[in-house]
Write a protein that binds this ligand. Sequence first.
Ligand code: ATP
Ligand code: MG
Length: 390
Amino acid sequence: MKLDAPVFATVPARRVLEAIRLAGGEARFVGGCVRDAIMRRKFTDYDLATTLKPEAVMAACEAAGCKVIPTGIKHGTVTVVADHQVFEVTTLRRDVTTDGRWAEVEYTDDWQQDAARRDFTMNALFCDMHGNVTDFFTGLEDIKNGIVRFVGVPELRLKEDVLRILRFFRFHAHYGHGAPDTAGLEACKALVSLLPTLSTERVRVELLKLLNAPDPLPTWRLMAEIGVFNALNLPLTNIARLEQVVAHEKTLGLSEPLRRLWASIEGEFADIGTRLRLSNTDAQRITALMHLPVVPADEKAQLRLAYKLSAQTVMDALIVSGGATRQNLEQLERWQRPQLPLNGADLVKLGMSQSPAMGEVLEKVEAWWIEQNFTPDHAACVAQAKRLLA
Ligand code: ATP
Ligand code: MG
């Protein structure tokens, strides 16, 4: 198989690959960028695999004028920046076992061994700068048929790294056609009880990436059925609401993982923020989603509500209820929360002193100003304050 050469034959790529070649090594693109290039999907990360050891990669790329960062040098990964383009360069590795436990990785110059330690056949493809693809397993065929297939024996690969259960479903949601690979699914089913050993961070990242798929529903339903959420002790099985939200988003051309995560919550689950270690912003967004208002159809009334809650909450409420239009959402997105053109200093000039009464006057003027759709200016607000004080 040969890819359109220009995908990888860029100026910065040439610089890195040529530097490695001059140092006596070879580098090829690998993983997500190769998979996505074959499927003609957009990608942002460039991963390279190389026969050169990390220290030699650093020396060679530095000599070629690239910026080099020893990001994960212990695991063989070096970040190389050439003409502002970032490459993650990892030395070929093979997994070694000791006493039946996965201990270390070892460098190798065998491309196939490196492919064999990767999770899925579609993630184990290499591609050189000219677009020549190396496929040691059945990656190309599996991409064509939409099958996420483990490299090797699924049960063994899952026991090495349980995260692969979630990756299996994530990649199926994004790249799979129809039902998932039977052997892979059976292995995941048999080993769901190992899921609680995963860190919260890794679970969160995988679930949100999965929910970002155009239609995560069939996969999510399957995960619920085989007990993934049960094992993780996360009540994310509200399939009906998730289905509704995804359907509404689709008609608007949207895909919002956080809103979908909220939609999947069954019953009360107020501590999802702590349980999934969401950022404060994300946790607040979920809390707002748990208390969505009924949004009036009138657009001016929507902005008044947006001022009190937030434009995001109003947009969420519209989308979730199925009442959103693109135009309506764009207006809310563009909207900048106005600031009341009156403050304490203005009231002092009117003879008031700092007191709780001052706050009350400000609040009353603000309520009036909101009712007037934020149109009264400074002078009008001062006049209104005067009227109130009289
Ligand atoms: P994405 O588009 O999500 O970045 P990706 O395929 O690049 O997809 P990464 O998580 O960035 O995925 O990993 C890069 C590559 O490293 C994968 O394509 C795969 O070959 C390998 N890999 C990553 N995680 C694992 C894992 N847990 N087990 C085995 N191989 C893995
Ligand atoms: Mg990647």
